[in-house]
Ligand binder design. Structure first.
Ligand code: PLP
Length: 402
């Protein structure tokens, strides 16, 4: 008999399970608000106009080396431009950054988790409760104990900030890693304020916690690249902390399947940076040898060509403002229906997602009665809403909560 028959059964990832149910539904009114992917007002994927122009430029170059292997650390013009976008100008004498081009944000999270688990041997990693589902999966795969810090206050539908701080101050051990969402927290859409970020940094200093930022939505949250990088830059500017960042261009450039991302480690000394670079390069060699080329060339073209960069900013504003408009539309539909409960959080949350506060039972009712597919947690991907389906979704939510 096969030894694999002794394996436990792993349930399908909730996003993919929801997608399968949606695909099997043939009702014309069906709507899916599951995965974090941008859709236009016709529910179609949107290739950013700036990306289309970058494609032309990359293709025109007809570079004979275009299918060659990249170095192990990836395409240097890409990870340098990505670093500058994230950190802005920084003091290169005081701050030493090691950057590697990765298989998008997931690859950067995994490379970082593996590296930090080897280098720091943390007793635990602290994730927000809740967090992007893959965080616990990734840290579990590298064998680090996952612990949760309070984040979402279910009753009040706000950040549970004091509880978060208290937990970290009393229970996190020296050298533990804390994963922080740089902006547009997934799944809640609730971010700390600047004052709260400063207190989180203080706790990291006081307890010697290692902050690992996950930055998957720069420019997508507010439409402003600098504003969305504020927390990361603040942690660096304090000059007291070493940090890591996993950076993704899936959402802000709509390059999901191209897998474009970077891992950055900010260290206090050139010696640490050089040693860390060696270890990260060895890990990357063992995991993927070298990252893929095309997506990173598209991103580099946008980041380094001033005209395309401006066009990209306009594309970012288009995506973030459509999402904001959809938040407002859903909120207004619910108000006009007189739906019981408060719904202000739908407009105050930012980024791609909204944690609606719907219970698993209510989610099931909206699915069965209205063919609206939402994750059990009640999280909706606001990008799945459009001017044609928002009323239908609001009516479904209204009926389910009554
Ligand atoms: N981190 C967070 C918080 C995310 O929401 C996502 C995507 O949904 C990712 C990382 C990684 O995405 P990708 O691997 O496509 O960059």
């Amino acid at each position: 008999s096969s030894p694999f028959s002794n394996l436990s059964v792993i349930p399908l990832d909730p996003h993919y399970a929801l997608k399968e149910l949606f695909n099997a539904d043939h009702d014309p009114k069906k709507v899916i608000l599951g995965s974090g992917v941008y859709r236009d007002d016709n529910s179609k994927p949107w290739v950013l106009p700036s990306v289309k122009k970058a494609e032309e430029l990359v293709d025109q170059a007809q570079d004979s080396a275009r299918y060659e292997y990249l170095p192990i650390t990836g395409y240097a013009p890409f990870y340098n431009a990505a670093r500058d976008l994230l950190f802005g100008p920084f003091d290169e004498k005081a701050v030493h950054v090691v950057s590697l081009h990765t298989i998008s944000g997931t690859g950067a999270n995994h490379l970082g988790a593996r590296f930090l688990s080897d280098a720091l041997r943390p007793s635990s990693v602290w994730l927000s409760d809740p967090s992007w589902v893959n965080h616990a999966n990734i840290w579990g795969l590298v064998g680090v104990t996952v612990k949760l810090y309070p984040y979402w206050n279910r009753e009040k539908r706000v950040l549970d900030f004091e509880k978060m701080i208290e937990k970290l101050e009393t229970e996190a051990a020296t050298g533990d890693v804390i994963v922080l969402h740089a902006c547009a927290h997934n799944p809640t859409g609730v971010d700390p304020t600047k004052e709260q970020w400063k207190r989180i940094a203080e706790v990291c200093e006081k307890r010697a916690l290692f902050p690992f930022f996950d930055c998957a939505y720069q420019g997508f949250a507010t439409g402003d690249l600098d504003e969305d990088a504020w927390a990361v830059r603040h942690f660096v500017e304090r000059g007291t902390l070493e940090i890591a960042v996993a950076q993704s261009f899936s959402k802000n450039m709509g390059l999901y399947g191209e897998r474009v991302g970077a891992f950055h480690l900010v260290t206090a000394s050139p010696d640490s940076a050089a040693k860390a670079k060696g270890h990260l390069t060895r890990l990357q060699r063992g995991q993927i040898s070298q990252p893929p080329t095309r997506g990173s060339k598209l991103a580099t073209t946008i980041l380094t060509n001033p005209r395309l960069f401006q066009e990209w900013l306009a594309d970012l504003r288009e995506m973030s403002s459509r999402i904001k408009n959809m938040r407002k539309a859903l909120y207004e539909e619910l108000l006009s229906l007189g739906t019981p409960g408060t719904w202000d959080h739908i407009v105050s949350q930012i980024g791609m997602f909204s944690y609606t506060g719907l219970s698993p039972e209510q989610v099931a009712t909206v699915q069965t009665d209205n063919h609206v597919y939402i994750l059990k947690s009640g999280r909706i991907s606001v990008a799945g809403l459009n001017t044609k389906n928002v009323k239908h979704v609001a009516e479904g939510i209204d009926a389910a909560v009554r």
